[in-house]
Design a protein around this ligand. Structure first.
Ligand SMILES: Nc1ncnc2c1ncn2[C@@H]1O[C@H](COP(=O)(O)OP(=O)(O)OP(=O)(O)O)[C@@H](O)[C@H]1O
Length: 318
């Protein structure tokens, strides 16, 4: 559905060349839900704008929904839906009119545009808002209307650029439920960008991590997390002396590594936290080290990003 080879885009900024996207090689198969995850400025929007024919690549090639983005941009546009970061509906128009007009712009006949609009409004829980003026919708309703506008011509592939940014947690969860239902109903391939770690983790079947214009990891969330070297065990003791002794004693645990002592706390990594913790507790007990708390944490996508780049994605999270 999406195949790129060496896709690159540079910009001239104050006399120098900025490589916003550097040699992107990606393959997305029909029906996949793929999240493009990366910090601000990583190159997500620039990539999306090339894939949706809004921006011409500097070099490389991209085939989207079977059409080349440079040789046949019209073909790409007919086959995809694109929901950008801004809103697509005009404030002073009625919801149903905006949807039907969008359908007409895509060459859908009026009667069909009307029936598809009714169906999408129902699927997106907007039927009650059909005759309301767009400006009167809530943030979540407005975002769902954007998605309806992106689907009115029944594209095989839907691009969503930061679809949930600016929504409260309840509206975000609700939006994802709707997107999941639309996929189940229409089999649409979805390619989205996000910088919300939890969202990429829970929603996407596959995550492409992008940094400085290049994909640095590609896989399911579990696959990516499995590459981080193990679970984190955090111990809190009564004193700095006890923390040092705890770290020394823990060195005897097979697979334990990356020891870090800070004040009364100790952190270490092990291959499997659930298996190592009982043995660690017995070892510390035998060494006479009293613990206040012990906690096992599974790796997160942020740990994945941290292990790949040495930086935390959370620093950039909105
Ligand atoms: N039209 C442009 N002219 C000059 N530089 C640009 C232009 N568009 C993007 N850039 C630069 O290219 C880099 C990548 O930007 P891009 O918007 O693709 O990142 P992003 O990952 O989508 O970030 P965000 O999450 O903030 O939207 C940034 O350094 C940005 O400043």
């Amino acid at each position: 559905m999406i195949h790129t080879k060496g896709l690159t885009r540079s910009f001239r900024v104050s006399g120098t060349t900025l490589e916003a996207v550097r040699g992107l090689d990606i393959d997305v198969e029909p029906g996949e839900l793929v999240a493009f995850l990366g910090p601000n400025g990583a190159g997500k929007s620039t990539s999306l704008r090339m894939l949706t024919t809004l921006l011409r690549p500097t070099s490389g090639s991209a085939s989207v929904a079977g059409c080349d983005v440079v040789a046949d941009p019209g073909g790409v546009r007919r086959r995809i839906g694109y929901v950008g970061q801004g809103h697509s509906a005009a404030d002073d128009q009625r919801v149903i009119d905006e949807l039907v007009t969008q359908g007409l712009c895509h060459g859908v006949r009026r009667a069909q545009a009307r029936s598809r609009a009714d169906e999408l409004l129902e699927r997106l829980d907007l039927s009650g808002a059909a005759k309301r003026v767009v400006a009167k919708l809530s943030g979540g309703q407005r975002r769902r209307l954007d998605i309806a506008m992106g689907l009115i011509h029944r594209p095989a592939l839907l691009f969503l650029d930061e679809p949930s940014t600016g929504l409260d947690p309840h509206s975000r969860a609700n939006l994802w439920e709707h997107i999941a239902r639309l996929r189940a109903d229409y089999g649409t391939t979805v390619f989205l960008t996000t910088h919300y770690l939890d969202e990429a983790d829970s929603v996407a079947e596959r995550v492409l991590v992008i940094d400085h214009g290049a994909v640095i990891a590609d896989g399911t969330s579990s696959e990516l997390k499995a590459k981080v070297s193990g679970d984190l065990i955090g111990l809190v003791t009564d004193s700095e002396e006890a923390a040092r002794r705890a770290a020394e004693a823990a060195e005897g645990i097979p697979t334990a590594h990356d020891f870090h002592v800070a004040g009364t706390a100790v952190r270490l990594r092990v291959e499997r936290g659930d298996a190592a913790l009982p043995e660690l507790l017995r070892t510390l007990d035998a060494a006479g080290v009293a613990l206040r708390t012990a906690e096992v944490t599974r790796p997160t996508l942020d740990d994945v990003f941290l292990s790949l780049t040495g930086r935390s994605l959370r620093e950039d999270e909105a």
